[in-house]
Design a protein. Structure first.
Lengths: 76, 222
């Protein structure tokens, strides 16, 4: 079983790296870019029997810092 | 008086912190991150700066799950004293001992320089050697020192006089210019600037010395 976890900064939390990417894209002439948010993708390879609840616990305890980040779990 | 300084793979201020404690009269035990318990009779735990676990995932996130950090959290929950400096502050927020989080500096650059810190409260074992309103010079050296907390948390920090230090000129985008905060019981301090790097004449400044001296004043056996 595989799962993919997307971790993004919450809305309202400043993302200086995303801003830097936005500036760079603008400087390259991509004027259509109005905003960039940068996040993480974490792929998990899981033994049979792992549940979505297990992955949620992993996210809450380690993979995301829920003070500043939100996460989405995708089973693949 | 005994202090424990935690050593993670990637810690690089552990010896500086130990020397600062020793100069204030503490006997210091260096404690490896894989140990599951603190030595008996520890009066204060120091969580040092550095790049524990290479800052992988998030600064301090993996260190916060190490065996010794469970013991540090238990120590703090029992009312024990602890101080986290720089990466140590990041680790203490990741464990939940201190609220909020440290984000990437707003200017994206790693910053290493001495900054002005305003002492916001002298009401703690860490800051009673200063007067509220004092401005001291302490070095910072971080890439992820941009303190963030939600409005509710910030209001609580302000209402409870738990902001220990603010920057006189905000270097990193921290909300409310916050450089260091106290736990609710005022016995845990987290701060991004390095008082242990301003604790010897050879450092070019000794404004951090008063912090360690104040601690020894509080923790010395009667």
């Amino acid at each position: 079983m595989k799962a993919r976890v997307h971790v993004m900064l919450k809305n309202g939390v400043l993302d200086p790296q995303g801003e830097a990417v936005r500036h760079a894209l603008g400087a390259m002439g991509f004027d259509q870019v109005e905003g960039v948010r940068q996040g993480k993708v974490i792929d998990l390879e899981l033994a049979a029997g792992a549940t979505e609840a297990d992955i949620t616990e992993m996210c809450e305890k380690l993979l995301a810092n829920t003070v500043i980040e939100r996460y989405e779990i995708e089973l693949v | 008086m005994r202090a424990a300084v935690i050593v993670f793979p990637g810690s690089n201020c552990d010896r500086d912190l130990a020397v600062a404690f020793e100069q204030a009269g503490f006997q210091v035990d260096m404690v490896w991150h894989k140990d599951a318990a603190l030595p008996e009779g520890i009066d204060i735990v120091g969580v040092p700066g550095g790049f524990s676990y290479g800052d992988y995932l998030r600064c301090g996130a993996i260190a916060a799950q190490s065996p010794i950090c469970k013991a540090v959290v238990e120590h703090a929950n029992r009312g024990g004293y602890a101080v986290g400096v720089c990466n140590g502050f990041q680790i203490l927020t990741e464990t939940g001992v201190l609220p909020g989080a440290l984000l990437r500096n707003a200017g994206l650059k790693y910053i290493c320089k001495t900054v002005g810190l305003k002492v916001e409260t002298s009401d703690s074992a860490f800051t009673q050697g200063y007067n509220a309103g004092d401005v001291i010079g302490i070095p910072i050296a971080h890439h992820d020192g941009n303190y963030f907390a939600d409005d509710t948390t910030l209001a609580a920090l302000r209402d409870q006089d738990r902001i220990a230090f603010t920057y006189t000129e905000n270097p990193n985008g921290s909300v409310g210019d916050i450089a260091g905060i106290l736990s609710e019981n005022r016995r845990v301090l987290g701060m991004m600037p390095h008082p242990e790097r301003a604790a010897d004449d050879g450092h070019g400044g000794t404004d951090g010395t008063a912090l360690f001296r104040a601690l020894s004043g509080v923790l010395a056996p009667a």
